[in-house]
Design a binder for this molecule. Structure first.
Ligand SMILES: [Zn+2]
Ligand SMILES: [Zn+2]
Length: 301
């Protein structure tokens, strides 16, 4: 089986090792990352397995890799002043327990569906070939996914706070009132699937409608979404945090309030849903809400 990653292998010699295959791709007019992508698929010689492994490895390496700086920062007292709930430092034991649970859940929830990912992509026409789409196309796709995932997350997460859904599913994620990076995906398997659809399902539906999406874009999106989720759970608010420059970006400041108060601030990446629907968490937001209600009541009188 020859990979579908490139349309014309006529200039290739019969190299089978990774370096030899890379040298074949190196002769083509491609960027370094495209050459690497092409080499990987050609070398693996099985697109279904290659995609499954790529998505799984990207998730694991990027998830735990991004958690590592936060684990180190937790050990450095100089950073303590940036901690949002400064009295609540996660213990090493807590972080270890969380790590084991997240890893188990990844293996359990993802082990099977990941192998269906490539056939679904194939059916819907998700591109796999080099060269990649232009950077403007990729940036546009990423922006669309961020906005749509945020809406999905807001409503699903808000729903998960109702009665039985909270009790049997979402309560697990709220075990840590003062979150830390690793806790981002500490959740019940049903929650992982429901909220995970926002990350994986939305690009698939997008491709079903538009017929135009590349697997590289999906990979990049998954990485950025992971970084967003881990940073939102980091428990740190810096003067250089993104929301100071992009006021509608949620960040740790927004999601920490959710864990602290168990209610409100349901969105993932942006602040607009909670702002417009008046569901922001925390005493400041509560005060503002009460003032608004008072003013409304006075108007009616
Ligand atoms: Zn919640
Ligand atoms: Zn959370």
């Amino acid at each position: 089986m020859v990979s579908a990653v490139y349309h014309d292998y006529s200039s290739f010699n019969d190299a089978k090792d990774f370096v030899g295959v890379f040298q074949n791709f190196d002769k083509l007019d491609l960027s370094f990352i495209e050459k690497l992508w092409g080499t990987y698929y050609y070398y693996m010689n099985n697109d279904i397995f290659a995609t499954g492994l790529l998505i799984f490895a990207t998730h694991e390496i990027m998830y735990f890799g991004r958690c590592l700086p936060w684990l180190i920062i937790d050990q450095i007292p100089a950073f303590r002043k940036y901690k949002i709930q400064e009295t609540k430092m996660p213990s090493n034991k807590e972080q270890w327990e969380c790590f084991k649970s997240v890893l188990k859940s990844h293996l359990l929830v993802e082990a099977l569906p990941i192998w269906f990912f490539h056939p679904i992509c194939d059916k819907l026409g998700v591109g796999l070939t080099v060269p990649f789409p232009s950077w403007t196309t990729i940036a546009f796709n990423l922006a669309v996914f961020f906005v749509l995932e945020d809406a999905w997350h807001y409503w699903l997460h808000r729903g998960l706070h109702y009665g039985v859904f909270y009790k049997y599913i979402h309560k697990q994620h709220h075990r840590y009132a003062a979150p830390f990076g690793l806790a981002a995906e500490y959740a019940h398997p049903i929650e992982v699937m429901l909220l995970g659809f926002g990350t994986v399902g939305i690009p698939i539906v997008y491709c079903y409608i538009t017929g135009n999406l590349h697997l590289f874009t999906i990979n990049l999106w998954v990485v950025l979404r992971l970084f967003q989720a881990i940073d939102a759970h980091s428990g740190y608010e810096f003067p250089w945090s993104l929301h100071h420059f992009l006021p509608f970006w949620a960040g740790a400041d927004h999601h920490d309030e959710h864990h602290h108060h168990f209610i409100g601030s349901y969105a993932s990446s942006f602040r607009w849903w909670d702002f417009v629907l008046d569901t922001e968490a925390g005493p400041e937001a509560k005060k503002k809400r009460e003032l608004k209600m008072k003013q409304k009541a006075e108007k009616l009188n």
